[in-house]
Structures are given as structure tokens and as C-alpha cells.
Design a protein around this ligand. Structure first.
Ligand SMILES: [Zn+2]
Length: 314
């Protein structure tokens, strides 16, 4: 497969307070992992910024208005107890969205088979009417809508293996049968949504996982719930909210996934993309807060996107 890697030089411009787990070093950890010779054949591009006004295809005007109000000329402003806006956050968010849209376009045009975007801030907690949970705008939701609006995709699937439920993505698409949202996540855990009985208009498939469970339970959840639902949905594009905070070392959650588990779930999604979408799959980085766990998870994920197998990684 030809796999595009979008890197984001402006990603470091979004700053959270000292000690916050969502930090610029995360992108450096990912870049370091993907600098390995194992990944020499990736097609590499830097994210180009886009006008953040495009966020209004999925958000109410209130969201950008509040971000503008809170953004300081220097230092760091606060949205809620764990979500912050720094003077460079708009530049970071604009390039995160821009980079993700570049990957979408490259995949839709067939320049590459699939793509991974190493971007921040994350997006899947941002609801239609509010930023929250480290997320300013919902990048993956914007990509899904733009795939439909600009590129004519009819049925877009979003699969989210971040350890947290993507309440924002669910909120935005809960009444839209043309977008499927399937999520595995630890429960109980922030943000508290993602119960099995939250099914939208039949387009939402939640698979909550108990704390301290490992990849065995995760694989059951995908085999029994998410993958059959995804197969029935028959998407023409698969988007992935790729968070690596289910990795056993992560400080924000208590699941015990290892690199092979990220490889396994990625392989299943690659297979599904081959079956329904002519391989079209775009993956966006969401969470992952232990730098070693993040590097290991991303390496496994991108190796399978590119080669179909994890292979031998250091
Ligand atoms: Zn997360």
C-alpha cells in the first residue's frame, strides 16, 4: 500500500499549561517513531493550514466565537477545567484540519491508498456546540462532512479506538444515517457517554470496555459488535480516530492494550477498507499520553496501514 504521513510543524504552537498530558512532545514522540527506516517508504507531507471557518460545517458559530474570545494575545486562556487556548492554538488547529483535509484529498484522488495524520490538538470530544476534553474543533467530523460535501462520498464510517468515548463525534452525527460512528472505549471514564444503548438512528455502535481489561476483550468487542455493524453499513470511506491511550502505560486510563492490539484492530479496518472502499482510509491522531506507549502504538498502526502487517519493530 502507499501510505501518506502528514506531519504538522505548527502543531507545537498549541500550548497547554505545564504538566498537562496533551503536550507538544507527543508529536515529537510520533515523529521519532516514524523516522525509523522501517517507514522509509511513506509518502511524507507537511500539513498546510486552512481557514478554520470550515469548522462551521459541523459546529455552531458559538464554538469559534468562544475560542476567539478566550484566546489570549500571550499566555494561555481556559475553556473548561482541562481545555485551554493559547495564542498559537488557532494556527495549530488550522493546520490540523488542513492536514487532515490534505490526506482526505490524496486518498480520494487515489494518489495514495491511505493516510495517517500526526496532528494535535485532538478533536473527538468537541461537540456541535462546545469545545471540551482537550479538543477545540472536531477535526474528524469536519473531514467526514467535507468528504461528502466536496468529494461526493455518500456513506462515511468513523471508527474510534481512543480509550475515551468520542462524545463530540457521536453528538454531531447521532441523527445522520449517512455517517456511521463505531467506538471502543473504557467505561467508566471521561466523558461518561458511550453506553451500548446510545445508538443514534441506528448509525452509532458503542462498545464499552471494563477497566483493567486487555486486548482479548477489545478483540471480542470488535468481532462481535463494531466490525459486523461496519460491514453492514458498507462505507465508501473509513476514517479512524486513532488514539493510543488504551496502551497499558497510559496515565489517563486503565486498559492494557499492547502494540499487537493496535496492529490487530488496524488490520481489521484495512481489510474492511479493501472490501468496501477501494482501500480508502484516513486516520487521525487523537489521544495517547505516555510517550513510549504512543510511539509503540503509532508504529504498529502505521506499519499495518502501510504493509498490512506489523512486522518486526524495535
Ligand atoms: Zn483519549
Amino acid at each position: 500500500m502507499t501510505t501518506l504521513l502528514i506531519s504538522q510543524p505548527l502543531g507545537v504552537e498549541h500550548q497547554n499549561p505545564q504538566g498537562h498530558p496533551e503536550r507538544a512532545e507527543r508529536l515529537q514522540a510520533v515523529a521519532g517513531a516514524l523516522a525509523d527506516e522501517h517507514f522509509a517508504d511513506l509518502v511524507r507531507r507537511d500539513a498546510e493550514s486552512t481557514d478554520l471557518a470550515i469548522a462551521e460545517i459541523v459546529h455552531s458559530k458559538e464554538v469559534l466565537n468562544i475560542l476567539r474570545e478566550v484566546r489570549p494575545s500571550q499566555g494561555i486562556g481556559q475553556i473548561d477545567s482541562d481545555t485551554f487556548v493559547s495564542s498559537g492554538s488557532f494556527e495549530a488547529a488550522s493546520s490540523a484540519v488542513g492536514g487532515a483535509l490534505q490526506a482526505l484529498e490524496a486518498v480520494i484522488l487515489g494518489e495514495v491508498d491511505n493516510g495517517f495524520c500526526a496532528i494535535r490538538p485532538p478533536g473527538h470530544h468537541a461537540e456541535r456546540d462546545r469545545s471540551m476534553g482537550f479538543c477545540l474543533v472536531n477535526t474528524i467530523a469536519i473531514v467526514a462532512r467535507e468528504a461528502q460535501r466536496k468529494h461526493g462520498a455518500e456513506r462515511v464510517a468513523i471508527v474510534d479506538f481512543d480509550v475515551h468515548h468520542g462524545n463530540g463525534t457521536q453528538d454531531i452525527f447521532a441523527n445522520d444515517p449517512t455517517v456511521f460512528y463505531g467506538s471502543s472505549h473504557q467505561m467508566p471514564l471521561f466523558p461518561g457517554t458511550g453506553a451500548i444503548d446510545e445508538t443514534g438512528v441506528g448509525n452509532i455502535c458503542n462498545a464499552p470496555l471494563s477497566p483493567y481489561t486487555d486486548g482479548v476483550k477489545m478483540r471480542e468487542a470488535y468481532e462481535d459488535r463494531i466490525l459486523p455493524a461496519l460491514d453492514r453499513f458498507a462505507p465508501d470511506l473509513i476514517l479512524v480516530s486513532a488514539g493510543f491511550d488504551a496502551e497499558r502505560r497510559d496515565p489517563l486510563a486503565q486498559l492494557n492494550w499492547v502494540a499487537e492490539d493496535f496492529a490487530w484492530v488496524t488490520g481489521k479496518l484495512v481489510d474492511m477498507a479493501a472490501r468496501h472502499c477501494d482501500n480508502r482510509l484516513v486516520s487521525l491522531l487523537e489521544g495517547g499520553y505516555d510517550l513510549g506507549g504512543l510511539a509503540a502504538g503509532v508504529s504498529a498502526h502505521v506499519a499495518v496501514l502501510h504493509n498490512g502487517i506489523m512486522g518486526k519493530l524495535d
